[in-house]
Design a protein around this ligand. Structure first.
Ligand SMILES: *Cc1c(COP(=O)(O)O)cnc(C)c1O
Length: 402
């Protein structure tokens, strides 16, 4: 690649300083091109990406079928408003429904929006019987818009923004009794991530989701699963709830939903979905043909390339590497939490130095919740790439963990 084809990272950073609101902490690198799990910066350096697109690029950078579908679609129609029918949206809805619990879809453009739709639908459904309260879990993450943010039971995200939306109750994660105690005849829904992502890759006990399903049935509340991060193959199944014998009433998904193109969806069983009547909710860009064609191409890629199976194998290879490292550093690695390509390495010390030192060695990873190394690698990561990245990560952890 010719680096002179791009403005330097320094120039881009200076431009941001002047014209872009500084609400993100950014690494001092401008990225210009990606292919699979490799990504290049403006200076032509190549990085191995174990966190492609913050979980959105689950098929790696620029997956060929997605690129082709988007190219074809932009030459036909870029946008069609939801006052018309369009083939791609119907086909994508059918593909998702058939891989989930047979419900219907409402499309939007992000995870927060999908959760807004879910919260609104739960309230619309409960309105006639006086049910409006939503129970969510401590340490959860549901997005940054006001209802999704209120659902996010982490005080640090609410600071300075109060008062939050009324009607939310927070209970500890993976605690069925706490949910049972919090429920009353005004409870509209319980909303939960099947695995907490931002909260530190927290995998609940096996009886948690089936237990929540049972509680909701007994008490007349809806069960909303936020699969924004776990959805569309991340855990080795299409959706994480499919590891259990149960299904939700409402499910949200975004991030990897459309092969890296911005898209979100709320799915609901048909009898719940009918409460989202014309006039109650809408999204101008939701379900646009580019996103839907990209999403169909993502599903086709996962199926044709057997990537759900591959995801499990990738997870096991990471596990073997990390178990060896833990045997070497038992004082520094508290726990290894892996389901498919959703990977958490719980350290006994702050992980931000690990991220910085990996970046110096051109390995991109993430840290969440202070001390958890979070990897959301692509489903088509190769064994060699896993070994190469794990070797770097192990060296860095040895170095930082003294
Ligand atoms: C990322 C995330 C969201 C928010 O998605 P946005 O697209 O950033 O609005 C919501 N829920 C979960 C579980 C997430 O991981």
């Amino acid at each position: 690649m010719d680096p002179s084809a791009h403005q330097s990272s320094t120039e881009t950073i200076a431009q941001f300083g002047k014209y872009v609101i500084p609400n993100y902490r950014r690494y001092p690198v401008s990225l210009v091109r990606g292919e699979g799990s490799w990504i290049w910066d403006a200076e032509g350096h190549r990085y191995l990406d174990f966190f492609p697109g913050w979980g959105c690029n689950m098929l790696g950078h620029c997956p060929p079928r997605v690129v082709e579908a988007v190219r074809e679609q932009v030459g036909q129609l870029i946008h069609v408003p939801n006052t018309w029918y369009m083939e791609a949206q119907g086909a994508f809805a059918q593909a998702l429904s058939e891989r989930a619990f047979g419900g219907q879809c409402f499309f939007c453009n992000s995870g927060a929006e999908a959760n807004e739709a879910a919260i609104k639908l739960a309230r619309l459904y409960g309105y006639g019987s006086g049910r409006f309260k939503i129970i969510t879990m401590e340490g959860g993450f549901h997005g940054r818009t006001y209802a999704a943010l209120t659902a996010t039971a982490q005080p640090k995200y609410h600071a300075g923004l109060e008062p939050m939306l009324p009607g939310f109750t927070y209970v500890p994660y993976d605690d069925l009794q706490a949910v049972a105690n919090a429920m009353d005849d005004q409870t509209a829904a319980v909303m939960v991530e099947p695995i907490q992502g931002e909260g530190g890759i927290n995998v609940p006990s096996a009886d948690y989701l089936p237990g929540l399903r049972k509680l909701c049935n007994e008490r007349g509340a809806l069960l909303i699963l936020d699969e924004v991060q776990t959805g569309l193959g991340r855990t080795g199944r299409w959706f994480a709830y499919q590891h259990h014998e149960m299904a939700p009433d409402i499910l949200t998904c975004a991030k990897a939903l459309a092969g890296g193109v911005a898209a979100g969806v709320m799915m609901a069983t048909t009898d719940v979905a009918l409460f989202l009547k014309p006039g109650t909710h809408a999204s101008t860009f939701g379900g646009n043909p580019i996103a839907c064609r990209a999403g169909l191409a993502a599903i086709e890629t996962i199926e044709n390339d057997h990537l759900l199976e591959r995801g499990k194998a990738i997870g096991e290879r990471f596990r073997a590497q990390f178990e060896a490292l833990r045997a070497e550093l038992p004082e520094h690695i508290r726990e290894i939490r892996i389901l498919g390509v959703m990977i958490g390495l719980d350290l006994t010390f702050d992980a931000s130095d690990v991220v910085a030192k990996c970046l110096e060695r051109r390995l991109l990873i993430n840290a969440t919740h202070g001390h958890v190394v979070r990897l959301l690698p692509a489903l088509n990561l190769s064994d060699d790439q896993i070994d190469e990245g794990c070797a770097i990560l192990a060296e860095v952890i040895r170095e930082v963990a003294v």
